[in-house]
Design a protein around this ligand. Structure first.
Ligand code: NAG
Ligand code: NAG
Ligand code: NAG
Ligand code: NAG
Length: 346
């Protein structure tokens, strides 16, 4: 059985880099061809080829909500993320493995009982769902309409980008957030809100993403659910007031951690995931990654300095039970392999 990674980040970045590269070539060509003294901005990697969007920095931040949440995570909180299968706890367990304070788990696949067990062991639970993509294996997939669906997510069979402004999409997501409340989740981690960075076939813009985050906040907050922002670095300055944490993939790998520092400055944690080559395999499975790899991904000798204050986990792309922390501790959470794996076991 082939395991499909749970992250879209690598793909969208590759596209971004490719587009950036093409744009650079075209701009260079024009500049040379026209003989104009074109000066090229230093910050070329911020260009997503999305000329319809004003730079986010010109938009003012969304208003701060006027209510407080019963729980918000704090900078330096420890966590584990497992999306391939639900964690498997036994009623005798006196602590979780690892004994971190927060678990980020799949909303649909994780039984209510497991969430209760995590709570009984003093843990907070963040429930993951895809808010910006259609996943054909989800139990509510039949509720989406053709007009809601855009292009396939390249490399992610069975997934399509969603028109996040559509009434029907929002109604379905509201039900998902209500399910998170019923299951006892403390927060939600809505993925794929950055469709605007990808070939989505729906003309999604940064503004669409900003309005969507505002909508998600308006449905999650009254239910006391803490809302996170997944990746989507471009819209941080605007949406920061309505989100309580960041879940980021590979900012060290791609040298983008600076973009996420505003969370730390605002007293909100950045839950950072890196996918080093060899993670969870061979020698690393029990003994952890080699020192040079740890130096690269962890804030040690300065290589990952921009990730200061982030809660970094080193994971395999499938986001299974294996995890290594920057202190070198390796842990494996038991999972229920008969459930999940992106619908493949259904
Ligand atoms: C709080 O914010 C909500 C939503 O923005 C608004 O409807 C409500 O009137 C506000 N309440 C107060 C007391 O300002
Ligand atoms: C988080 O941990 C780092 C490293 O121990 C420390 O320097 C920093 O002050 C901590 N931040 C907060 C907000 O606790
Ligand atoms: C596990 O963490 C909890 C807090 O969530 C703490 O009370 C408990 O002592 C820890 N247990 C072990 C075995 O470390
Ligand atoms: C939210 O939490 C507050 C306490 O912090 C509580 O009074 C309120 O009833 C809760 N609302 C919901 C919908 O759970």
């Amino acid at each position: 059985m082939s395991i499909k990674p749970a992250s879209k980040r690598p793909w969208s970045l590759r596209l971004k880099l490719l587009l950036g590269g093409l744009a650079a070539i075209i701009i260079l060509g024009l500049a040379l061809g026209l003989g104009l003294g074109l000066t090229i901005g230093q910050n070329g990697d911020d260009d997503d080829g999305d000329s319809n969007n004003p730079p986010t920095s010109t938009r003012s931040p969304l208003p701060s909500p006027n209510t407080t949440l019963p729980w918000v995570p704090r900078v330096n909180d420890t966590w584990q993320i497992i999306l391939s299968h639900p964690p498997l706890l036994s009623s005798n367990d006196k602590a979780t493995t690892p004994n971190v304070s927060i678990f980020d788990i799949d909303l649909f696949d994780t039984p209510t009982e497991t969430i209760k067990q995590l709570h009984d062991l003093g843990k907070k639970v963040i429930c993951y769902f895809s808010a910006g993509s259609y996943e054909e294996w989800r139990p509510d997939a039949g509720q989406f309409q053709p007009a809601d669906l855009g292009k396939n997510l390249d490399g992610w069979p069975g997934e399509k980008w969603l028109k996040v402004g559509n009434e029907n999409v929002r109604r379905i997501m509201k039900s998902r957030v209500e399910m998170a409340k019923e299951k006892g989740c403390d927060g939600v981690d809505p993925d794929n809100v950055d469709g605007y960075q990808n070939k989505n076939g729906l003309s999604l813009t940064q503004d669409d993403a900003i309005e969507y985050l505002s909508y998600l906040s308006s449905i999650a907050r009254p239910l006391n659910l803490t809302l996170g922002l997944k990746n989507a670095g471009d819209i941080i300055p605007v949406v920061l007031p309505v989100v309580e944490f960041s879940v980021n993939e590979q900012c060290v790998e791609y040298g983008e951690c600076d973009t996420f520092q505003p969370f730390i400055e605002d007293g909100k944690p950045v839950f950072n995931i890196e996918y080093p080559k060899g993670a969870g395999e061979g020698e690393a499975q029990t003994h952890g990654l080699k020192d040079d790899v740890m130096e690269k991904f962890c804030e040690r000798s300065g290589g990952a300095a921009a990730s200061a204050g982030f809660s970094t986990v080193l994971k395999q792309m499938e986001l299974g039970g294996w995890v290594e922390y920057c202190d070198g501790k390796v842990e494996v959470t038991a999972v229920n392999a008969t459930v999940g794996n992106r619908g493949q076991s259904r």
